[in-house]
Design a protein around this ligand. Structure first.
Ligand SMILES: Nc1ncnc2c1ncn2[C@@H]1O[C@H](COP(=O)(O)OP(=O)(O)OP(=O)(O)O)[C@@H](O)[C@H]1O
Ligand SMILES: CC(C)(CO)[C@@H](O)C(=O)NCCC(=O)O
Length: 256
């Protein structure tokens, strides 16, 4: 089994793959203070939870957008006996043409998602990730990564409002089935956050379409996606496993 690991700013996602099939996916918290031993214990629990004997794991591919997490996770995997570990960094073959002034700056999670989106073959394409940050990654007709947009994620913008505006409360993000006309502050913040994110995606996709000269395929991922997509107007595909699938493809490209 191959283990794909994506350390984001909020969660570490783990996926187990065998014969191109995802056998399990798990999400644990990103805790930058945790040591190799903390993560080794947590990973051992996750493998136990999904009935994966560690001896069955023949390798791992690790992507992290939190630099301090890379070594900790790799060392934790090695401690458990997983010795063949690839890190998604500049030396790794992804097959992706990144047309950026600084290709190395592009987050490895965005690279992995772009690799998976390109493999779907529906191009041009915009990958929308609704996580800690909201990101847009644009692939042209040839599958090259030609543009990006990064903004504050839905949860992050709500917590920034609470921290910076004295009269705004902490609110949990939830769906607003009562519609867009909020009549109290907490609901107004929810409408702003959730409908606002949906409208931003619609608007950004429209603008990317103008520049690409073609309507792109839209793939949405990230843990907030199910909440935001219900209010979106552009056609889209939801793929929860995009990052992990991309990591699996990167592993195959580098190890087969
Ligand atoms: N249980 C799961 N199984 C498979 N994929 C998952 C699971 N939970 C979350 N994901 C996917 O993992 C990716 C990252 O999740 P999430 O948005 O929670 O991370 P994050 O830490 O907030 O991300 P980032 O810091 O990169 O913005 C998303 O593509 C999401 O859809
Ligand atoms: C934008 C985030 C935080 C999204 O997880 C991550 O991909 C990242 O830290 N990227 C580095 C900058 C870039 O992707 O251009």
């Amino acid at each position: 089994m191959l283990i794909a690991v994506n350390a984001g700013n909020s969660h570490v996602l783990l996926g187990g793959y065998e014969e191109d099939e995802q056998l399990f996916a798990a999400s644990i918290a990103t805790e930058p203070k945790w040591t190799r031993d903390d993560y080794a214990c947590k990973l051992q629990q996750v493998f136990g939870l999904y009935s994966v004997p560690v001896g069955r794991i023949r390798g791992a591919v690790v992507s992290s957008v939190v630099p301090s997490m890379v070594t900790v996770l790799e060392d934790a995997l090695r401690l458990l006996g997983v010795t063949d570990v690839i890190e998604v960094s500049s030396g790794v073959k992804t097959g992706l043409n990144i047309r950026s002034e600084q290709p190395r700056q592009v987050g490895s999670d965005r690279v992995a998602s772009a690799v998976a989106a390109r493999a779907k073959g529906k191009l041009p394409c915009v990958v929308v990730c609704l996580g800690t940050a909201t990101t847009f990654t644009v692939l042209d007709q040839s599958g090259a990564l030609v543009g990006s947009a990064i903004t504050a994620g839905v949860r992050l913008s709500l917590s920034a409002l609470r921290e910076q505006a004295a009269q705004l409360p902490a609110v949990a993000i939830e769906a607003r089935d009562e519609g867009i006309l909020a009549r109290n502050t907490a609901d107004a913040m929810r409408v702003g956050a959730v409908y606002g994110a949906a409208a931003m995606v619609d608007g950004m996709v429209g603008r990317f379409a103008e520049t690409l000269g073609q309507t792109p395929h839209v793939v949405v991922t990230g843990d907030i996606a199910p909440l935001v997509t219900r209010y979106m107007r552009v056609p889209f595909e939801y793929d929860q496993s995009l990052v992990l699938d991309g990591l699996h493809l990167i592993w195959k490209r580098n190890r087969s």
